[in-house]
Ligand binder design. Structure first.
Ligand SMILES: Cc1ncc(COP(=O)(O)O)c(C=O)c1O
Length: 419
C-alpha cells in the first residue's frame, strides 16, 4: 500500500501532482510520501507489539535526514555501518541508545566515535575486530557493549549480491565457532557481552529462512547460558522483501507472527533492522524523457536519470515499474529505458512494454525509496538528484539538487601544475 496514485490520469504523491513538483524542482528527483513512510514504519514496528523489541531502521537503504527524523519521532533507532552514518543519525536526532553498529571493516576512528557517542551495541564480525574494540575501549576508559554477528549458514534464496548469511559470504563469524569467540570476549576486560546478532540477506520473500536462522540463534543462546554467558538482545537483522513486480513477500504481520511463535517464552529483547520493507515502496524516482530513438531493431527511451541515480537495475538486474506521470491514449511501445551515461549497462528497464513516450514527458520509476538515492554517485560528473517529501497537499525539498560547484568541492590543482 502506498500513496502514489492516479487522479484523472495524473500521478499524484498524496495530494500533490507529481508533474507540479517536477516542474518546480526539476528532474531527476526522488519523491517520498510522508504518509507511506509513517504507515510502513508503524506496520512493521506495530507487528511486534507486546514483545520487548527495538526497530532499528537500516539507514543504508535511505539515509535522508528528514526520513531518519521521522522514524526517530516514531520511537525507532537505526542500524549503522559507518562513522558517516553515525554522524547522520545523530544529526537527525536519533538517540545513541537506539543505535546498533554492524559492518566487517569498522576503523579505529569510527569505533572511537561510536564509543564516544555511547551507542547501544557493536555487532562484532571477526576476532580481530573484537580485540581491536577491546583495545580502543580500554584506551578510552570505556566498556563496549557487543553482540557477535554470527553467520548461520542459511540460504535466504535471494540475489547472490544481497545474500549475506552463507558461509561463503564475508559477513559474521561462523556459528560453529561462535561459542569459543564468546568465551574469548568474556575474558576481555573492556567488552560487555549483551547480544547475539545475524543478518542473512535482503529482499527475502519467504519467512522460513528467518525462522531457521532464529532456531540456530536460540540454540546458541542456550549454549551460552550454559557457559555462564547471559544474552539480553537477539538481533535478527533486516531483509524482509517488497513487491517490485510480481513478488509476494510476507506481510510484516506474518513475519512477526512466525518470529513470535519461534521465540516462544525466551526472555530476550529483539532488535530488528528493516530497511527496504519500510522505505522501498515509499519513494519513486521522477525523470523526464530527453529523446527517443530507434535502432531499427530496438526502441530506446532516453531519460535524464541514469545508473548514477539508481544503480539497482545495472547492478542486480533489478526490476522497477516504469509508469507515465500523465496517462495518454498514444498506445504502448516495447523499449529500453536508458540514461545518458556512457555505459551500455546504463539502463532503468530493458525490453519493457510502456506507454508510448515523447521528449519532455515525465516518467515515474517506481519502488525507488530503498537503495536508490543512498547508492547514487557522481559518475560522469552528474550532480546528484534532489529529494522531496510530500505531506498531504504540500511538498518539502529535503535535499537540494547538487550544483556544478558541489561536484568539485574539496578538489585542488597542485601548484606544480599551474605553470
Ligand atoms: C546488517 C544489515 N542489517 C540490515 C540490513 C537491511 O536489509 P533490508 O533493507 O533488506 O531490510 C542490511 C542490508 O543489507 C544489513 O547488511
Amino acid at each position: 500500500m502506498h500513496h502514489f496514485q492516479y487522479r484523472n490520469g495524473e500521478l499524484h504523491c498524496e495530494e500533490v501532482p507529481v508533474s507540479l513538483i517536477a516542474r518546480e524542482v526539476g528532474t531527476p528527483l526522488y519523491l517520498y510520501s510522508h504518509a507511506t513512510l509513517r504507515q510502513h514504519f508503524k506496520a512493521f514496528d506495530g507487528a511486534f507489539e507486546g514483545l520487548s523489541h527495538l526497530t532499528c531502521f537500516s539507514m543504508k537503504s535511505n539515509s535522508s535526514l528528514a526520513i531518519l527524523r521521522l522514524f526517530a519521532g516514531e520511537g525507532g533507532g537505526v542500524d549503522i555501518v559507518s562513522g558517516g552514518e553515525l554522524y547522520r543519525a545523530l544529526r537527525a536526532g536519533v538517540e545513541p541508545s537506539r543505535i546498533v553498529y554492524s559492518g566487517v571493516g569498522k576503523t579505529v576512528e569510527d569505533v572511537e566515535y561510536a564509543l564516544r557517542s555511547d551507542i547501544l551495541l557493536f555487532n562484532v564480525e571477526s576476532s580481530q575486530e573484537m580485540l581491536q574494540l577491546n583495545k580502543v575501549a580500554g584506551r578510552m576508559g570505556k566498556k563496549a557493549r557487543i553482540a557477535i554477528r554470527v553467520n548461520p549458514d542459511i540460504d535466504p534464496r535471494t540475489h547472490p549480491y544481497i545474500s549475506t548469511g552463507l558461509r561463503e559470504n564475508k559477513f559474521g563469524i561462523d556459528i560453529r565457532r561462535a561459542l569459543e569467540e564468546y568465551v574469548l570476549a568474556a575474558g576481555l576486560e573492556h567488552l560487555e557481552i549483551r547480544g547475539v546478532s545475524c543478518h542473512i540477506g535482503s529482499q527475502l520473500t519467504l519467512v522460513s529462512p528467518f525462522v531457521d536462522a532464529l532456531k540456530k540463534l536460540k540454540a546458541l543462546v542456550g549454549d551460552l547460558e550454559e557457559a555462564g554467558i547471559h544474552i539480553a538482545y537477539l538481533d535478527l537483522g533486516g531483509g524482509l522483501g517488497i513487491t517490485y513486480h510480481d513478488e509476494a513477500p510476507p506481510h510484516p504481520e506474518e513475519y512477526a507472527a512466525a518470529i513470535r511463535k519461534e521465540l516462544g517464552t525466551e526472555d530476550l529483547s529483539l532488535i530488528l533492522e528493516p530497511g527496504r520493507v519500510i522505505v522501498g515502496n515509499a519513494g519513486i524516482l521522477v525523470t523526464r524523457v530527453v529523446y527517443t530513438k530507434s535502432s531499427g531493431e530496438k526502441e530506446f527511451i532516453i531519460v535524464d536519470a541514469a545508473m548514477n541515480d539508481l544503480i539497482r537495475p545495472s547492478l542486480y538486474g533489478s526490476f522497477h515499474g516504469i509508469q507515465p506521470v500523465r496517462v495518454t491514449n498514444r498506445g504502448t511501445v516495447r523499449a529500453d529505458i536508458v540514461g545518458p551515461i556512457c555505459e551500455s549497462g546504463d539502463f532503468l528497464a530493458k525490453d519493457r512494454e510502456v506507454q508510448a513516450l515523447e521528449s519532455g514527458d515525465l516518467v515515474a520509476v517506481m519502488s525507488a525509496g530503498a537503495y536508490g538515492f543512498s547508492m547514487s554517485s557522481n559518475y560522469n560528473s552528474r550532480p546528484r538528484a534532489a529529494e522531496v517529501m510530500v505531506k498531504k497537499d504540500r511538498y518539502y525539498v529535503t535535499r537540494a539538487r547538487e550544483s556544478h560547484e558541489d561536484l568539485i568541492r574539496g578538489e585542488t590543482i597542485p601548484d606544480f601544475l599551474n605553470g
